[in-house]
Design a protein around this ligand. Structure first.
Ligand code: ZN
Length: 427
């Protein structure tokens, strides 16, 4: 068995660049001394140094591990083990399988030991995380910056290819996209506001846009059920008056708009989960399932305070925000959580929400990469009649960016189209 590992290390010594690009193994796929040797080979490779015998020996001397791995004698022995390039694939397969079997035995033991002690949801979450790891996804742990640099360079390269375009997924509101660079992978977004300000509308706008771009968007709607959401989506997508929809007043032209909208939504990759009570672990696990089967473009959670858990409300929201942030990294897609602000802010003259209004909502302020507030002054309207309100502010809406890690904060003025429950650019 060890010979498989030896053969791979031998192949690397023979032709490091060619071999390391083809061998997609992690250090912990190897055992004993081989693990250390492979780790050093990877390190050198990442630094742009060929891990040939001399470099490898020097590095092992430097980190005082040469004797531990069997000394120069052993490294020389490895050289003689070099298989032909054709065979490397075979050895890699053997080593990976062996490593997977070790990890499976490991979780089997851990489950056996904890089956009666830990909460079931937690056990399932652990199993799933481990399975992801066994399937070859990164299991975290410290990494050299080289990997991060490589990723950054790839991102820059991708941006260069799409010069001038925004890097993330569009929200449907160009001024907002310009400010945020779109909704970006691995980032955690909070959309906060008082009820009725349009949080769900903004989330649905984003979901429809990402969904139409062909990437699955998963919306956890704990407040509204599937039917309500479907109706909303049709109204926003087709620009059909939702009042007319509600009262069965649709006429000729509306039906063709309805059909077109349904057709577009049908082709889009919009997924809805309307389970009313979910814990943060359940949300994570369901999102990861979709990711595994279909890939994922974005996850939206409506809304944070409805997430179930144990402890005080503060504890639950804190835990939920941590887990959703983690999820965004795990699935390498944006996670957008809606957050209901409490009525305290309404005692102020200026009822525009600000960062301090999030204080009572756990660690959101620290966890989020971007915090957006929805605000519509017409909600606090004291106009005399519809005409005056229309003139003043009926459609006026603001998306206030209160936090933006690595980018500008500010306010995006736009319009809220109540009859279509959607936002559009200010005209
Ligand atoms: Zn008004």
């Amino acid at each position: 068995m060890l010979d498989n590992e030896k053969a791979i290390l031998g192949a690397i010594c023979l032709d490091p660049d060619e071999a390391l690009d083809r061998i997609n193994l992690a250090a912990d796929d190897f055992t004993g001394a081989h693990r250390e040797i492979y780790r050093v080979m990877l390190d050198l490779h990442c630094q742009g140094i060929k891990p040939e015998l001399v470099a490898l020996t020097n590095e092992l001397v430097r980190i005082k591990k040469l004797q531990e791995v069997g000394g120069v004698t052993y490294l020389n022995e490895l050289m003689e083990f070099s298989p032909t390039a054709v065979n490397v694939g075979y050895y890699v397969k053997q080593v990976r399988e062996k490593s997977q079997r070790r990890k499976i035995r490991g979780i089997a033991e851990a489950i056996q030991q904890n089956a009666d002690k830990m909460p079931v949801a937690e056990i399932l979450e652990k199993i799933e995380a481990t399975i992801d790891g066994i399937r070859g996804k990164s299991e975290g742990g410290p990494k050299k910056i080289s990997e991060a640099l490589l990723k950054a360079l790839n991102v820059l390269e991708a941006r260069r290819e799409h010069k001038g375009q925004i890097p993330g997924a569009p929200t449907g509101l160009t001024p907002l996209d310009r400010m945020l660079g779109g909704i970006q992978p691995s980032k955690f977004y909070i959309v906060a506001g008082r009820p009725g300000m349009g949080k769900t509308a903004l989330a649905m706008d984003i979901a429809r846009h990402v969904g139409k771009s062909g990437k699955p968007t998963l919306l956890f709607s704990m407040e509204m059920d599937e039917a309500e959401l479907g109706e909303r989506a049709l109204s926003s997508e087709g620009k059909i008056d939702n009042g007319k929809m509600r009262f069965g007043m649709l006429e000729g032209a509306d039906f063709s708009k309805l059909n077109d909208a349904a057709d577009r939504l049908h082709k889009s990759q919009l997924w809805i989960d309307d389970t009313p009570v979910l814990t943060a672990s359940e949300i994570r696990s369901r999102a990861k399932q979709i990711k595994r089967k279909h890939g994922i473009g974005a996850v939206i959670v409506d809304y944070l305070q409805l997430i179930d858990g144990t402890g005080t409300r503060y504890d639950i929201v804190t835990d939920a925000s941590r887990q959703l942030k983690l999820l965004s990294k795990e699935i390498e897609a944006p996670v957008i959580a809606l957050c209901q602000l409490n009525r305290g802010l309404e005692n102020r003259d200026d009822k525009r929400p600000k960062m301090a209004d999030l204080r009572e909502s756990g660690a959101l302020e620290q966890d989020a990469d971007v915090i957006m507030f929805c605000y519509r002054e017409a909600i606090y309207c004291d106009c005399k009649g519809v005409a005056e309100c229309e003139k003043n502010h009926r459609r006026k809406a603001q998306i206030i960016i209160g936090k933006h890690r690595g980018g500008p904060v500010g306010t995006v003025n736009c319009e809220y189209i109540g009859e279509h429950t959607t936002f559009r650019e200010a005209r």
